[in-house]
Write a protein that binds this ligand. Structure first.
Ligand SMILES: Cc1cc2nc3c(=O)[nH]c(=O)nc-3n(C[C@H](O)[C@H](O)[C@H](O)COP(=O)(O)OP(=O)(O)OC[C@H]3O[C@@H](n4cnc5c(N)ncnc54)[C@H](O)[C@@H]3O)c2cc1C
Length: 405
């Protein structure tokens, strides 16, 4: 493995870090207290600045207006952007758009690319991903009640989803629905279908309140009903029945991107913690930093973050050099390891801040509430651990006698 950072990337990272520090962090207090749409003019102005600096959409394809960075380089950018909750949005690589962009770039046809992918990469529209259902376990991706029935050249979709994040104000959703329920294989029954949000029969029921926050626009999660929602069959992404495979393709790289961002969250909390304990006195003569207990918190966080960071970089390197298939165990491992590291780091940082940690005067309380979802969304910890354990056992079943990383 070679994690050398090229000169070009060092320059890019310097620019990104400076922008986050000077232009984004000062606005965080407003983000924590005001409705998202009120920030729109400011957010758009910052996004324009990023475009002028030619740093827009670092991960996304060049031919559609992104920078087209390779994954190991993007890992470092995502880490720098994760330093603020608004970093990814302002640089045009926010979820769920990032996952949808990756999917459309690989599997969309030319018409879908022009109508949906291009404006998405350019940041002119937003999108959402509608897979998880209210009535059945999201942890079992082959179990869907949403049906898309064939009617001439159309699909007629009926179903009930929730946690369709960012649906409010989005132009289209990528909906996972069963199109081939009779197929023998559970993995060949669903398809991914593009549904514009203004399609009759597509109803946002409510914004789901998460940790006391309903939110709006990009900053929200919708419950959605599809009632005889009719779209052309030409809106199918890839082939009919390929939905499960595409979901794995979409979620795999998506998980790596989330983990990269979470290392940024860890870095931010670590910096806040180290700075706070150096400034806060526990007695008139001593700082919190003079306490050995506090020093062990810092030491634990440092080792936690560094190990998580190296695992993420290693996974990105494997995907880039050996392919996604060779990195499946690693992707699952970082998906449970990094969120747990992040949770410990956030918690220790909050503890060191005392009452201040509970306020919205720092981003720690925000991270404490909203990053808890990291252990559930895109696959709960248990599901990934079961998959990792199963894959290792399978290796040994097929003759391996020594571990190979
Ligand atoms: C903030 C947030 C944003 C989200 N955004 C989106 C989105 O944009 N689009 C979308 O489609 N979905 C989204 N989701 C949904 C998310 O992917 C699901 O919540 C997740 O897949 C888990 O499904 P579930 O909630 O139905 O939990 P369930 O499947 O009901 O599982 C409940 C719990 O049971 C345990 N469990 C489940 N299966 C097993 C097992 N086999 N063995 C042992 N234990 C198990 C786990 O602890 C799990 O947390 C989001 C979720 C959150 C919280």
């Amino acid at each position: 493995m070679d994690f050398t950072v090229s000169e070009r990337m060092q320059t890019i990272l310097g620019m990104v870090e400076e922008f986050v520090e000077k232009e984004i962090i000062p606005m965080e207090a407003d983000y924590f207290r005001r409705p998202f749409r009120e920030l729109d003019p400011w957010l758009e102005a910052k996004r324009d600045q990023v475009k002028q600096m030619e740093l827009w959409a670092p991960l996304h394809p060049k031919e559609y207006g992104g920078m087209g960075l390779r994954l190991t380089d993007y890992a470092l950018v995502a880490e720098a952007l994760g330093y603020s909750p608004l970093g990814l949005y302002i640089f045009g690589c926010q979820y769920s758009d990032a996952g949808n962009i990756g999917l459309l770039a690989r599997y969309g046809n030319e018409d879908q690319k022009e109508r949906f992918l291009r404006p998405l990469v350019e940041g002119r529209i937003r999108s959402c991903f509608s897979m998880t259902e209210v009535e059945v376990a999201g942890s079992n991706p082959t179990w869907l009640l949403t049906q898309a029935a064939r009617d001439g050249d159309d699909w007629v979709i009926n179903g009930h989803k929730w946690f369709t994040s960012h649906a409010d104000g989005a132009k289209f959703a990528i909906v996972m629905a069963e199109t081939n329920p009779e197929n023998e294989s559970r993995h060949r029954r669903a398809s991914m279908i593009i549904v514009p949000l203004d399609t009759p029969g597509m109803h946002i029921v409510r914004g789901v309140s998460v940790m006391g926050h309903v939110g709006e626009a990009w900053d929200s999660h919708a419950e959605v009903l599809y009632r005889n929602c009719r779209v052309p069959r030409a809106n199918t992404i890839g082939e009919e029945g390929q939905g499960f495979v595409l979901a794995q393709e979409r979620l795999g790289p998506g998980r790596v991107q989330h983990c990269m961002r979470w290392i940024g969250v860890c870095n931010r909390c670590f910096d806040l913690m180290c700075n706070h304990v150096r400034r806060r006195r526990r007695t008139p003569d001593e700082m919190l930093a003079d306490s050995d207990v506090i020093r062990t918190y810092i030491a634990d966080c440092a080792a936690d973050i560094l190990s998580a960071r190296l695992m993420v970089l290693n996974t990105a390197w494997k995907i880039e050099n050996l392919g996604v298939k060779q990195a499946m165990k690693d992707i699952s491992m970082i998906k449970y390891f990094v969120p747990n590291v992040m949770q410990r780091v956030i918690d220790r940082a909050l503890q060191c801040h005392g009452g201040l940690g509970m306020t919205d005067d720092t981003p720690i309380a925000f991270y404490h509430r909203f990053e808890r979802a990291s252990r559930i969304a895109d696959g709960a910890d248990e599901v990934h651990k079961i998959s990792v354990g199963r894959r290792f056992i399978r290796d040994y079943d097929s003759g391996r006698t020594k571990v190979k990383w």
